[in-house]
Ligand binder design. Structure first.
Ligand code: NAI
Length: 249
């Protein structure tokens, strides 16, 4: 098991992609820190990992608050001794016309998606550096960093910021043996996959909508110590949608 006893923190792990990541690293016998605003749902995920013989703790965390992030890192090191892998997955969107998007909406999305990602990466990196074992940081961006539907300004700006933040951190932290990469998911269905329509699948060059397991596999690739030549990259996992040119007929 490549991740056996590695300490992995996943933010936004109460549901969706983050939950799938926490469970997947748990199955790999990693020691998992399940972090989210919603502590009860975190506890359900952590309990599921422990019931299957794994190791996990849950920590109530608001990634908009530096004190909460410092507490998360402290809880992780108290429970498991260090931090090896930090997965910055927590994210929100506010889908409103730019004419109507309030300062509060804008600030909340930037604080959660971008500032939270930076602060979690930095606080985890401090431990990786201090313990001299290096580590791996994954930031979950989006294909909306590079293409848009209307009314997605704050989300697109935050996700574009994550892609830029990722290469900046990779260059700054490389000398501490810390690799920093991001993943840009396309459409990853976290709800009822069976309810998707044929057209939903067929518009993708890959012939299907994405599953949470597609992001799990991308994270495994990027956090595999064998892949230590990969840093600063943005791994697009979108079934080819950002490569598809569409004109009306
Ligand atoms: P989701 O909405 O199902 O889960 C997000 C989680 O983040 C929730 O559990 C929520 O409580 C948590 N969260 C929100 N604000 C937080 C805060 N301030 N502090 C801590 N936790 C907080 O989202 P989903 O679909 O699982 O997406 C996960 C990540 O992947 C997000 O960053 C999202 O932007 C990104 N993404 C998802 C895509 C998709 O198709 N599902 C596509 C592209 C990117």
């Amino acid at each position: 098991m490549k991740w056996k006893n590695k300490v992995v923190i996943v933010t936004g792990a109460a549901q969706g992609i983050g939950k799938a990541l926490a469970l997947a690293y748990g199955e790999q016998e990693a020691r998992v820190v399940v972090a989210d605003l919603h502590i009860e749902a975190c506890e359900v995920v952590a309990d599921a990992i422990c019931r299957d013989g794994g190791q996990a703790v849950s920590v109530a965390t608001d990634v908009r608050q530096i004190q909460a992030i410092e507490n998360l890192i402290q809880q992780a090191t108290e429970a498991f001794g260090t931090v090896d892998i930090m997965i910055n997955n927590a994210g929100i969107g506010r889908w409103k016309s730019p004419y109507e998007l309030s300062m509060e909406d804008w600030s909340d999305v930037i604080a959660t998606n971008l500032t939270g990602t930076f602060l979690c990466a930095r606080e985890a990196a401090k431990v990786m550096k201090a313990h001299k074992h290096g580590g791996s940081i994954i930031n979950i961006a989006s294909t909306r960093a590079i293409m848009s539907e209307p009314n997605s300004e704050a989300y697109a700006a935050a996700k574009g910021g994550i892609v830029a933040l990722t290469h900046a951190l990779a260059v700054s932290l490389g000398s501490d043996s810390i690799r920093v990469n991001c993943i840009s998911p396309g459409w990853i269905e976290t709800g009822d996959y069976e309810a998707l329509r044929v057209v939903d699948h067929e518009q993708h060059p890959a012939g299907r909508v994405g599953r949470v397991s597609d992001i799990v596999k991308a994270c495994f690739y990027l956090t595999d110590a064998d892949n230590d030549f990969v840093t600063g990259t943005n791994l697009v996992v979108d079934g080819g949608m950002t490569r598809r040119m569409i004109y009306e007929e």
